[in-house]
Design a binder for this molecule. Structure first.
Ligand code: ADP
Ligand code: MG
Ligand code: ZN
Length: 472
């Protein structure tokens, strides 16, 4: 008998608001341990939480970006449990009235992975194991999270991977999180069950907690699928339990039996008021949604003739795509800019995380300036690439680079001679220029550039040409 995989993901995304969800502490990653803490976020008696409005806005943006309905009236609840990283012994979360519900993320195949709910909650602190000691860092306690829960619609590890990557892209495009799995700002609980193909009832599921690498998530899903099928084929039963994934051996081990909602004794958080969102605010948020990666991808292919693989790379990083958008203004072949970004600029950027940040020395305006010279035939593509490399290294603009190095290997005398030759052999263009057509001068300039193989200074040529024409 063949078994099919059923998988649902609960994804925690840390929101990049400046401050925490219920106090004014910084929610910055990487600070010294226990330096971003106050009586509120470590839960000292007598303190009261106050909800950060930005958190609500970010969560609603996330909901809108994943086609969710937004609950205009929502509330916070207490989820009670004891663990050393949670000093209050309860987490403020949302239980039966999440901010967002019933959305979806669409995969390339057109299949929709339904989103059951998105709610907001606070993160817990972090346990650091050092030899025999366990240290606690409460900096992360109170950092705002959204939890995005899918319906059990995922049927393969590939689909899980694509869903997570799509989700990352969407969250980055609306700028609510950097979704860096290696830093823990995106983490997944992976729920897995199997059932005989064609069966409509779900099997019993297990849940692998707290995974923070896409590679390991796909491995864990494949492993757990095989394990469950094995157990069933050998006449055994799957128990609902919470598992931990072991990276070294690519296997899972039991952490505890699965708890139910009842075990958490959820109740309304009495220290916080109802969360109300006005229709006007909702409309405003809708109008703030950007053009997403999928839409840009299609547009780059259809309108600019960019290849699928290049378009994919351009839209993968929002900041790269924004940079591209800004630098193509007035450029007739945006594809050239795409090639320069992927072929030259990317050579100077080592890793994924730096591509995501895209903090480079060249501005979109100055790339535009460079490609304008190319478009006007003042330089050729090889020189453009060379100059762009220098711009990346020095942060200089193209016009600050050209003079020094373009006159190398060609003397002013030679340039002057070429100018004269071009004027002599292009009488019509000269006439056009004299009758007021400025474009004709650009044409002559282009001819000289060609002849000099792009080595000469455009400004120098332009002035010399004008001088010669006036004399004639
Ligand atoms: P809980 O809150 O107890 O973790 P939920 O019903 O909210 O349980 O479901 C959590 C996640 O488990 C969801 O992503 C859901 O899609 C998934 N899930 C539920 N049932 C199954 C199942 N039988 N097989 C695989 N995944 C499941
Ligand atoms: Mg769960
Ligand atoms: Zn605090």
């Amino acid at each position: 008998m063949k078994y099919e995989l059923v998988c649902g993901l609960e994804t925690h995304v840390e929101l990049s608001t400046k401050t925490k969800i219920f106090c004014g502490c910084r929610s910055h990653f990487g600070s010294d341990p226990n330096t971003n803490c106050c009586p509120i976020c470590i839960g000292l008696p007598g303190t009261l939480p106050k909800l950060n409005k930005e958190v609500v806005r970010y969560a609603i943006m996330a909901g809108l970006a994943t086609h969710c309905e937004i609950n205009l009236v929502s509330k916070m609840d207490r989820k009670n449990y004891v663990y050393p990283d949670l000093s209050k012994a309860y987490q403020i979360s949302q239980y039966d009235l999440p901010l967002c519900k019933n959305g979806y993320v669409e995969l390339e195949s057109g299949k929709k992975i339904r989103i059951d709910r998105i709610h907001i909650e606070e993160d817990a602190g972090k346990l650091v194991h050092k030899g025999k000691d366990v240290l606690i860092d409460y900096n992360r306690g109170g950092v705002p999270l959204i939890e995005i829960v899918t319906c059990p619609d995922i049927s393969s590890s590939d689909e899980a991977k694509e869903y997570i990557e799509k989700l990352q892209s969407i969250m980055r495009y609306i700028d609510v999180s950097d979704c860096k799995m290696q830093e823990g700002s995106m983490r997944c609980d992976v729920n897995i069950s199997v059932r005989p193909e064609g069966e409509s009832e779900f099997g019993v599921r297990t849940e692998i907690k707290n995974m923070n690498s896409i590679t390991f998530i796909t491995k864990a899903i494949d492993y757990e699928y095989e394990r469950q099928v094995d157990v069933i084929k050998n006449g055994g039963k799957i128990f609902q339990e919470t598992l931990r994934y072991l990276e070294e051996s690519n296997s899972t081990e039991s952490m505890r039996n699965k708890e139910n909602a009842n075990d958490y004794r959820y109740f309304r958080e009495p220290d916080l008021v109802t969360i109300k969102t006005s229709k006007e605010d909702l409309e405003k948020y809708k109008s703030q949604l950007p053009e997403f990666a999928d839409a840009r991808f299609n547009r780059y292919i259809d309108e600019y003739g960019i290849s699928q693989s290049d378009a994919k790379l351009l839209v993968k990083y929002k900041k790269v795509s924004d940079f591209f958008e800004k630098s193509i203004k007035g450029i007739s072949k945006p594809k050239i800019i795409c090639n320069l970004i992927l072929g030259v600029i990317f050579r100077y950027i080592e890793n994924e995380s730096d591509k995501q940040e895209f903090n480079i020395k060249v501005s979109p305006e100055s790339l535009n300036e460079l490609v304008m010279l190319l478009q006007e035939n003042k330089i050729n593509i090889n020189l453009a690439k060379k100059y762009l490399g220098q711009m990346m290294e020095t942060g200089k603009k193209v016009l600050e680079i050209i003079p020094k190095d373009s006159l190398q290997g060609i003397s002013e005398e030679e340039v002057k001679e070429i100018c004269k030759k071009i004027i002599d052999s292009n009488e019509n263009a000269v006439k056009d220029y004299l009758s007021g057509k400025d474009k004709a001068l650009k044409f002559l300039l282009g001819q000289v550039m060609k002849e000099t193989k792009g080595k000469a200074n455009a400004k120098f040529i332009e002035e010399h040409l004008m001088g010669l024409i006036k004399k004639a």
